[in-house]
Design a protein around this ligand. Structure first.
Ligand SMILES: C[C@H](O)[C@@H](O)[C@@H](O)[C@H](O)C(=O)O
Ligand SMILES: [Mg+2]
Length: 432
């Protein structure tokens, strides 16, 4: 097994704000960006580990600096030593340097940086095993998987022994579920038609294209002027009809009472869920909204920064859908802890997709979740956003609103060298 010799990090940005792709009420004009990590080893097999975390433009350079500050905690480690006890290494990277930990702890820029690095390790590991990450995980025994996890701060909700029990109860049927993923793929919804900055004409034509391509579930951005939200909801319902699902996403715009009042005015459009109705840190606020808005579901997670926050959201019965983020949690290890807690609480996980590379990551997470953790598709939909996939060596493949199982070895976010070159900030040609 090789030794990781060098952590390379790049500031990669895409000028998505020019077309208002990805725009919402809180994030008016994002430039989808990646703090992009490449792990170089001493092996002569040409294999490098690629990981990224997602930001929306300015400040990406801060995240790049955070990776540079953490790099010496990874350089010089052998992959074998890391993977032999990855739970221990995960804790070492996220908490081993108490001065750096002070910047979080386990949240914010420093945790985003850990995420990019940890996911790059998984990519390297899976590429060397010749497997996609979902398969690397699904082929592990419960004990091997649990050894990758750090249960610190969540043992009151989930112990390693319980986690092994949860995984064992899904061992029967794994092969059948894997076969079913290969045949049918994983069901998804699309956010691409509903960005807040899009005109009525653009929304209508994107809805029509999406329906023709087989999409059944749509998400709308809300949280602007409530009359405008209602107008856009009416347009979307006109286009998608009464039967297809419509989700709404307020991107944290409202106070608790405001969220309830506004959603009551949007209820006639029959939203399946309201996403990020308020501050992502307000666990009890989400519980209150959920209680008062039922049967409209409450969803959150793209800004939920660690397993402790998710633990509380589950314990407080605050959410109906867990939208964990592959690049905001501290990489795949922490994602799996959240998948297990969600399974214990019977909360469907519908990961946050989009950005740059998030769909490429989350397909592995949801397929692994189905095969080995939850064993169910009920209430579960992967998010799909139709931007920037052309920059990846192995982009996601969608057929009739379903993600097709990824076959390429690794964690999916290896970008084409030409794309990295063109989008390097500020020198790349996309920024001239
Ligand atoms: C700024 C981003 O595009 C967000 O609007 C996006 O992540 C969104 O919340 C989503 O749920 O996909
Ligand atoms: Mg969202």
């Amino acid at each position: 097994m090789p030794t990781i010799q060098r952590v390379e990090v790049q500031d990669i940005r895409f000028p998505t704000s020019r077309e208002l792709d990805g725009s919402d009420a809180m994030n008016a004009a994002p430039d989808y960006s990646a703090t992009y990590v490449i792990l170089h080893t001493d092996a002569d097999d040409g294999i490098t580990g690629h990981g990224l975390t997602f930001t929306i433009g300015r400040g990406n350079e801060i995240c790049v600096t955070a990776v540079e500050s953490l790099a010496t905690r990874l350089e010089g480690h052998s992959l074998a030593d890391i993977t032999a006890d990855m739970g221990a290494y995960w804790r070492e990277l996220t908490s081993g340097d108490s001065q750096l930990r002070w910047l979080g702890p386990e949240k914010g820029v420093i945790h985003l940086a850990c995420s990019a690095m940890i996911n790059a390790i998984w990519d390297l590991w899976a590429k060397r095993e010749g497997k996609p990450v979902w398969k690397l995980l699904a082929d592990m025994t419960p004990e091997e998987l649990v050894r990758c996890l750090d249960f610190r701060f969540v043992t009151d909700a989930l112990t390693p022994e319980e986690a092994i029990g949860l995984l064992k109860r899904r061992e029967a049927g794994k092969a059948e579920r894997e076969a079913s993923m290969r045949e049918h793929g994983y069901p998804a919804y699309t956010t691409s038609a509903g960005w807040l900055g899009y005109s009525e004409e653009k929304m209508r034509s994107l809805c029509r294209e999406a329906i023709a391509a087989g999409w059944e579930h749509f998400k709308q951005k809300v949280g602007g002027n409530i009359e405008e939200d209602r107008r856009r909801a009416r347009i979307l319902r006109e286009e998608i009809g009464e039967e297809r699902l419509l989700m709404m996403d307020a991107n944290q715009m409202w106070d608790v009472d405001e969220a309830i009042a506004n959603m009551r005015r949007l209820a006639e459009f029959r939203p399946h869920w309201i996403e990020e109705p308020t501050s992502p840190d307000d666990v009890l606020g989400h519980a209150e909204i959920r209680h008062r808005l039922a049967p409209i579901g409450v969803a959150t997670g793209e800004h939920c920064h660690n397993r402790v926050m998710f633990k509380q959201l589950f314990q407080a019965d605050a959410i109906d859908f867990c939208q964990l983020d592959a690049a905001r949690l501290g990489g795949l290890n922490e994602v799996i802890v959240v998948l297990l807690m969600a399974a214990k609480h019977d909360i469907p996980v519908c990961p946050h997709g989009g950005g740059v590379g998030l769909c490429e990551y989350t397909q592995h997470i949801s397929m692994f979740d189905y095969i080995a953790v939850s064993g169910s598709l009920e209430g579960r939909l992967l998010e799909y956003v139709d931007h920037l996939h052309e920059h990846f060596v192995d982009p996601v493949r969608i057929d009739r609103g379903h993600y097709q199982i990824p076959d390429a070895a690794g964690y999916g976010v290896t970008m084409k060298a030409s794309s990295l070159e063109a989008h390097r900030f500020p020198g790349g040609s996309a920024w001239q």
